[in-house]
Design a protein around this ligand. Structure first.
Ligand code: ASP
Length: 322
């Protein structure tokens, strides 16, 4: 009999609606506990509530706690797949953190819900069921950590939440989902072309994320330069360009040896050094900024954090992002 480790961490999928006030919040009994019997006929579910947090409360330390529990399961060697339920607001960050820091011999699948489990049309139980089927499917191995929502299978590396409330919120811009769960069937259409692993044990570095905008100046960069900072990710304009007034602050950070990684604030496409004008991508690269093609700002922040915990050589870092 196959064994699935089911870890609950909180989020809407773990919450219920207060019928009096309409507020969505954690209830005394975890709403999903009622449903695990649905799967028990052919598989054994080992269910644990690691914590019960709305995902805006999830920190890198919590992500590390989930990573450690999964590392234990890898060590014990008695699990065929892992499913983690998580709030959708930061689900993509936890998923990518686990993708970068674990090398698991079994599939790891994250899922959540946009509607609490007791709401009409709730997506929680069907997302959980699809996530379990995906974790059990032989084709799910060697594809990195997966995110299953709304009958689609996405990679942790590229998936992002795109809508505040719609159940079809998780999308993979530019590349699309790598598979679907259609009724009982799990089918893949794409696979990741490379895999990387940084088995970190601690979180110690300070890594920030800023989004660029027209007429941006150096104020925020100067403010960061006067803090203890190890890395900064910028969601730059277009293919990866910055307004010239930001350059004094960016240079100050680079002079302090702060790793600066450039992504794009655009929803589709990849960041590249194309333009040679002042503040253009080529100029930023000459100054020492590193480009992260294909990653969103929040994913690049997780990756920079994890890499900085492991190594601090500018040359190695460039290789890691390319
Ligand atoms: N605010 C909730 C959370 O991320 C949203 C959700 O789970 O869908 O915890």
């Amino acid at each position: 009999m196959k064994r699935i480790l089911l870890l609950h961490t909180g989020g809407t999928i773990s919450m219920s609606t207060d019928q009096r006030t309409g507020a969505v919040k954690p209830s005394d009994e975890h709403p999903l506990h009622k449903y695990s019997h649905l799967f028990e006929e052919n598989i054994e579910i080992v269910e644990e509530d690691i914590f019960q947090l709305p995902s805006p409360h999830v920190t890198l330390q919590h992500m590390l706690d989930i990573q450690k529990r999964l590392a234990e399961a890898i060590e014990e060697d008695r699990i065929d797949g892992a499913v983690i339920t998580h709030g959708t607001d930061t689900l993509e960050e936890t998923a990518y953190f686990l993708d970068l820091t674990l090398d698991a011999p079994f599939p790891i699948v994250l899922t959540g819900a946009m509607r609490p489990t007791d709401e009409i049309g709730s997506d929680g139980v069907s997302n959980l069921q699809n996530a379990i089927w995906t974790a059990l499917a032989p084709g799910s191995s060697d594809k990195g950590v997966l995110v299953v929502m709304n009958e689609e299978i996405h990679t942790a590396r590229y998936v992002t939440k795109t809508h505040t409330t719609n159940v079809a919120t998780f999308r993979t811009p530019t590349f699309g989902p790598i598979g679907i769960v259609s009724k009982h069937e799990v089918r893949f259409f794409q696979k990741l072309v490379f895999d990387e692993n940084y088995p970190i044990q601690n979180i110690t570095k300070k890594v920030y994320l800023l989004k660029a905008y027209a007429d941006m100046d150096s104020t925020l960069f100067e403010a960061l330069a006067s803090t203890e900072i190890d890395g900064l990710v910028i969601e730059a304009l277009g293919a990866g360009n910055m307004p010239p007034a930001t350059l004094p602050g960016i240079k100050r950070l680079l002079d302090k040896n702060v790793a600066i990684v450039i992504t794009s604030r655009a929803f589709n496409g990849i960041a590249q050094d194309i333009y040679a004008y002042k503040g253009g991508g080529k100029h930023l690269k000459e100054l020492g900024a590193i480009f992260a093609p294909g990653l969103t700002g929040i994913k690049a922040r997780i990756k920079l954090q994890v890499i900085l915990e492991q190594e601090n050589s500018a040359d190695l870092m460039k290789t890691r992002f390319n």
